[in-house]
Every structure is written in C-alpha cells, then in structure tokens.
Design a protein around this ligand. Structure first.
Ligand code: NAP
Length: 491
C-alpha cells in the first residue's frame, strides 16, 4: 500500500464523526464509554466511538418524542427537500463514504461506492413519496355520513440496522420515516457505526431539525434498546437483522403493541432449468452469490441445477469463482473482501467443513484464505447432501453449494422446504414455466432470469420467518403511517 493511500485512509477516519448524535448535538456517552472499530481486512484498530448506555438511549428517545409534533407539522415539501438535499450530499461525499464503509466493513471499494448510490436512492425515492401521501373522502353506504380518511405519522420510531449494508439499511428506514413525518432513534451495528454517523452528519447538513434523527451506537444493544421498546414512548420498531433477534424483539414489542417492520434472514434458492441460457445463469449466480462477498440476506444459499446442465454450470461457475481476486477492499482490482469478523469467518469454515464431511465435493476453494484479516476463498461445492447444515443455515460467505434436480415439481418443493421466504431466483426461457414457478414459490421476491432484486422503487421484504412488511416501493412509506378515519354525520 502506498503512503498516499495510507494517508487518505487515516484522513477519512480522522474526519469521521465518532460521537453520539442526540437532539442535534454531537456528544460523548454519559459514562464516557467507547467501543473499538476495527478493519476486518487486517484486524487493526481504526478508531474508537462513543458507546451509549441505557441513559443515552433514553435521552435520544426523549429528543425524538419532543421533536415529533413539530416534525409531523412540517410541510411534506419541506421534508422532501431535506431528503433530496441529503441525496445530493451523499453523491458529493461518495468517495469518502465508500472508503469509510470499506475500512469498517471490508467490502471492496467498488461495492461500497455502489452501496452509497443505492443507499442515496432511498432518499430520492422517499423525497418523491413524501408529497404523495394520499387520503380519501367517500360516502357511507347509508348515504347519511361521509368518511374522511387521512394518513398520519405513526410517531417516534426505533430503527435497528445490521452491519452488512451499513448505509443502505439505514436510508431504507430513515427515508420513509422522514417522508412520513416520524422522528427516530437509529441504532447501527456495533461493528459498523462509522457509516451511519457520517450519514447523521449529512442529514444535519441537509437541514433535519434537532431530535428528528438520533443515532445511538452501543456495544450493549439489548440493554439499550429493550427499555426503549418497552417505554411506551416509541410507537414503531423497524428492524433489519437475523430472524433469531427479530423474534426476540417482536416479543418485546408486544408489551406496548408497537407497529413493527421486520427484515430478517433468508435462505435463497437459485434454480437453473434445462432450458435456461447457462452463461446468463452463471452471470446471475455470480451476482446472487457474490454481491457483498456473500454477506447478504439475498445471497443464493442453495443452488439447484437441472441434472442435464449441472456439469457445464459447475465448470463455468468454478472458473469464474476461482478467478476472483480476494484481498483488502481498498486495493485495486479486489473483488472479494474479508468476512466482517472472526465469528463470521469461523461460521463459514464450519459450514463448509460440515458439508464436506457429509459428502459434498469441493470444486474450487474450500479453505480459509491467507492474510491477517478474515478471508475465505470463493468456493463451489457439488452434490451437497440434505443433512448438511448449510441447507438450513445462512452461509453469509463466498460459498456456492450446487445440487442437481430432475423435475419442476421436485425443485419447487425443495425451494419451499425452508422456514425462510425472502427471495428466490429462477432461470428458464420458458415463459409459462417461469410464471408457474414464480407463483408457486413462497417468498416475498423472485428474480426471474436476474440475480439481483434490490431496487428502492420495488417492495423489498419476506414471507414466512423472513419478515413482516415491505421497505421501498410505493408501500414502503405506509410502514410509518397510521390510517385515521373521521366520520362526518350529514344533517
Ligand atoms: P443481528 O445479529 O440480528 O443484528 C442486527 C442488529 O440487531 C444489530 O444492530 C445488532 O446490534 C442488533 N441487536 C442484536 N441483538 C439485539 C437485541 N437483543 N436487542 C436489540 N438489538 C439487537 O444480525 P447481523 O448479524 O447484524 O446481520 C445479519 C443478519 O441480518 C442476517 O440474518 C441477514 O439475513 C439479515 N439481513 C436481512 C436483511 C433483509 O432485508 N431481510 C438485510 C440485511 C441483513 P449489534 O450488532 O451491535 O449487536
């Protein structure tokens, strides 16, 4: 690494905000606690960040509560203007945001820059939605009354985000919350707080009033968030993370009957029929598997290939996977970064070893990659048996497990044989089959001949244990709105 790039990394980390953002103020944690942020490609310390206690969390929620009424009364056009300005600032600061994200999370710089653009798009999308919140006026069936229907902000909202998309998972919640007129307290993942704090700076610069957005970073998520969930002040929880934590939070939300949006884990299938274009299917699999180095809820976790094309698909995919450049995300040409931490790397290793022990064949990869950071080789496994743990557990790493199938009915049953239902991918050139299979699949999203479904203008979300509600699209704002009906008697 050149000293110029080292200097730039240090400059970007130095300039990044590292305090809590509460009521429009940047401040240390009340008890002066800090937490460490590390670079997963080297394991070295990047910086320390204020580490909130439950009292700091309470301050943040009280600030959101105090700001709620005034923000709800702010004209929608003004709320839209804040979001549009934030969208522009994200583009202006794209290079620094991307570098910061790569340093704290590990993804290659090009992927990080792509995420900044994707994340910013949620602000533009919801800036447009803010001025289109609709209502209604209708006759009662008896004719002697009228119904006036309006949408109101649900109120102070708690937002919890994961480490894998440190910016986009935040803008996907803050965009609709701001558009709807809700104030919020956002808790980013402990592993990746810097991106979200930089985003708070952008929202402040874009004119978000004090208390509208509050950011609480903590190493004790449960201790800080549970009292807020049970406080009776918050009216909404929007969570993105694992199904396991999501279930626990749903129980906590029952106490005060909070509105919830849950974007949880996935176990996506990627299906290639015998009539598919195999080269396009390989391109799609590279995206569905390797976006974010495999650390995505949408990542293809079970890859079903029709037996007649398995050999061709397996060879072509293994070649592409074997050619990927693994390394520090900041280095030129790197396509696969490290896993986010040692726990995640150990999990990937364990799942591969378990599958191989159960009889899977390693076509390429299959080992931890050398280096100080948490690297795993891009891996293709063949004939992964059903008893392997990776059939039921999210791999969250660069590992593609292939399994043959023989009939449409068999593969649809296999795809649906999971408690998850976030996304599945289907490759076929037969239109009837494509629609038949897409309609039979139990998931909130289906990629037909495409390996990525994420789009701010489309409704993102899961069925079954993959979640509740949808983010983005023209219904994403509804997650932060309540419907009020006013009955009017007619004399
Ligand atoms: P996670 O362990 O569930 O954590 C997600 C967030 O919840 C983090 O901010 C975490 O904080 C916080 N958290 C953990 N325990 C908590 C508690 N008791 N109370 C309150 N907050 C708590 O998930 P992750 O490992 O960060 O992310 C990976 C998971 O997210 C995968 O399952 C993936 O599929 C899912 N995901 C889903 C989507 C989707 O849209 N459906 C998108 C991205 C990721 P700390 O990290 O600080 O502990």
């Amino acid at each position: 690494m050149s000293s110029a790039s080292q200097e730039r990394e240090a400059r970007v980390v130095d300039a990044a905000p590292k305090q809590l953002y509460i009521n429009g103020q940047w401040r240390d944690a009340r008890q002066g606690r800090v937490l460490e942020v590390r670079d997963p490609s080297t394991g070295s310390l990047l910086c320390t960040v204020a580490n909130a206690s439950p009292e700091d969390g309470r301050d943040a929620l009280e600030a959101a509560q105090a700001a709620q009424q005034g923000f709800a009364a702010m004209p929608p056009r003004q709320r839209a203007t804040i979001l549009m300005r934030a969208f522009e600032l994200m583009h202006e600061r794209k290079d620094d945001l991307a570098l910061l994200m790569t340093l704290e999370m590990g993804k290659p710089l090009a992927d990080a820059a792509g995420e900044v653009v994707y994340a910013a798009e949620f602000f533009r999308h919801f800036a447009e939605e803010a001025t289109r919140i609709s209502g209604g006026y209708q006759d009662a069936p008896t004719g002697n009354a009228r119904f006036l229907i309006r949408q109101e902000p649900v109120g102070p909202s708690l937002l919890i985000t994961p480490w894998n998309f440190p910016l986009a998972m935040g803008t996907r919640k803050l965009g609709p919350a701001i558009a709807a007129g809700c104030t919020s307290v956002l808790k980013p993942a402990e592993l990746t707080p810097l991106s979200m704090l930089a985003l708070a700076q952008i929202l402040e610069d874009a004119g978000a009033p004090p208390g509208v957005v509050n950011i609480v970073v903590t190493s004790t998520a449960g201790q800080v968030m549970e009292p807020l969930i049970r406080s009776g002040i918050a009216r909404k929880l929007s969570f993105t993370g694992s199904t396991q934590v999501g279930k626990k939070l749903l129980e906590q939300c029952a106490d005060k009957v909070l509105r919830t949006s849950m974007e949880l884990g996935g176990n996506a299938a990627f299906v290639v029929f015998e009539d598919a274009d195999v080269d396009k299917a390989v391109d799609g699999a590279m995206l569905a598997k390797m976006r974010n180095s495999g650390e995505a809820c949408t990542a293809a976790n079970r890859i079903f290939i029709h037996r007649s094309v398995l050999q061709e698909f397996s060879e072509k995919l293994a070649q592409r996977m074997g050619e990927l450049k693994v390394g520090r995300g900041v280095d030129e040409g790197v396509q696969v970064g490290p896993m986010v931490d040692a726990t995640q790397l150990d999990k990937v290793k364990e799942l591969v070893d378990d599958a191989v022990g159960a009889g899977a064949e390693v076509v390429v990869g299959g080992e931890v990659a050398p280096g100080d950071g948490y690297f795993y080789q891009p891996t293709v496994l063949r004939d992964v048996p059903r008893e392997a743990r990776m059939w039921t557990e999210e791999i969250f790493g660069p590992v593609a497990p292939l399994t043959p199938f023989d009939s449409e009915k068999e593969v649809v049953d296999l795809v649906n044989d999971t408690e998850y239902g976030l996304v599945n991918y289907v490759y076929t050139n037969d239109l009837n089959r494509a629609l038949r299979v897409a309609e039979s699949i139990e998931s909130g999203m289906v990629g037909l001949n495409q390996g990525v479904v994420s789009n701010p203008a489309a409704p993102f979300g899961g069925m079954k244990e993959s979640g509740l509600g949808r983010e983005g699209g023209d219904t994403g704002i509804d997650e932060f709105l309540e419907t009020k009906y006013i009955g009017i008697a007619m004399a």
